[in-house]
Design a protein around this ligand. Structure first.
Ligand code: C2E
Ligand code: MG
Ligand code: MG
Ligand code: MG
Length: 285
């Protein structure tokens, strides 16, 4: 049974592991037809430039409107989609939708929306799929979207240990002008020399690091860590995006620490695509 936990967070009730096994089984069964039946939808969460508070784009976050369980979050079905192989067509669908949406934001007559971009999460199965580069290029062409308006997010853990062959598709995309972000950064153990070899342009600092900034004064150890990561990132010419910004105090701490972009409930929860345009226009005026 699906249970909504505050706003846009949806979690499976986990009171009974047996129920979970059954739920998992029935979810897997419904997955293949879900894409054909149009049961997936995407919410967009704004990415805000900390220096001036302008909206620079949004991250596409997939949801499943399950006919029985209601809205399910990605943590509940992405692992299943990975196991069943559905992640490849599902991921391609998300990319297509997101690219078209970004183009629509850019085409809207009002305001200065040229700069709006879109971030899309990639799962490890997509990374190792032989048509990742050609699919992505085709999606961008069909949508009429410039590669630099797309950022692909790959988690640090999915890239740890990737050798040069495994990194080649990402490098090709980066060479085409697509931004690559290292998602949930700081939760893995990539060493500094390894970071240098990755074709990434952005570090997305995991939410666990921004928690210590919730209060004033901020947790001094967390401040030192974020300071260190920002200085390392900027030395390597990488931008820093922070996840999970929930309060104004946090946003201000992170801005002063030199983080470039922020994302979190303080700015907006994930929501329908139309809303992004309203937010972008609000900050342009
Ligand atoms: P992520 O890429 O790290 O996305 C950020 C997650 O943090 C999202 O959860 C978002 O709703 C949540 N979040 C944003 N701001 C706040 C905040 O201020 N506080 C808190 N507590 N949480 C916040 P969501 O939407 O449940 O997505 C979970 C994960 O599922 C994502 O983590 C991403 O790894 C994965 N995911 C989402 N969409 C896709 C997709 O299309 N493909 C793949 N492969 N994975 C996806
Ligand atoms: Mg992400
Ligand atoms: Mg993340
Ligand atoms: Mg995360």
């Amino acid at each position: 049974r699906a249970k909504a936990a505050g706003g846009n967070r949806y979690e499976l009730a986990d009171d009974d592991s047996n129920a979970r096994v059954i739920a998992r089984h029935s979810l897997s069964n419904g997955l293949p037809s879900a894409l054909e039946n149009g049961e997936f939808f995407i919410e967009y969460q704004p990415l805000v430039r900390l220096a001036d508070g302008t909206v620079r784009g949004a991250e596409a976050l997939v949801r499943w409107l399950h006919p029985v369980h209601g809205v399910l979050g990605p943590d509940q079905f992405i692992p299943l989609a990975e196991d069943t192989g559905l992640i490849v067509p599902l991921g391609r669908w998300v990319l297509e939708q997101a690219a078209r949406q970004a183009r629509a934001w850019q085409d809207a007559p009002e305001g200065d929306a040229e700069r709006l971009r879109v971030n899309v999460n990639l799962s490890p199965c997509q990374l190792s799929h032989p048509t990742l580069v050609s699919d992505t290029v085709a999606v961008l062409e069909n949508a009429g979207l410039c590669p630099s308006a797309l950022c692909l997010e790959v988690t640090e853990n999915d890239l740890i240990g990737a050798d040069e062959d495994a990194l080649r598709p990402l490098r090709q995309l980066a060479d085409l002008g697509v931004d690559i972000a290292l998602d949930d950064f700081g939760t893995g153990y990539s060493n500094l020399s390894y970071l240098r070899r990755l074709p990434v342009s952005t570090l997305k600092l995991d939410r666990s690091f921004t928690r210590g900034m919730q209060r004033a004064p901020a947790d001094p150890v967390d401040v030192k860590i974020v300071e260190g990561i920002v200085s390392l990132a900027h030395t390597l010419d990488l931008a820093v995006t922070v996840e999970g910004v929930e309060t104004a105090v946090q946003a201000e701490h992170l801005r002063m620490l030199g983080c470039d972009t922020a994302q979190g409930w303080y700015y907006a929860r994930p929501g329908p695509p139309e809303r992004l345009h309203t937010l972008a226009l609000a900050d342009a005026s």
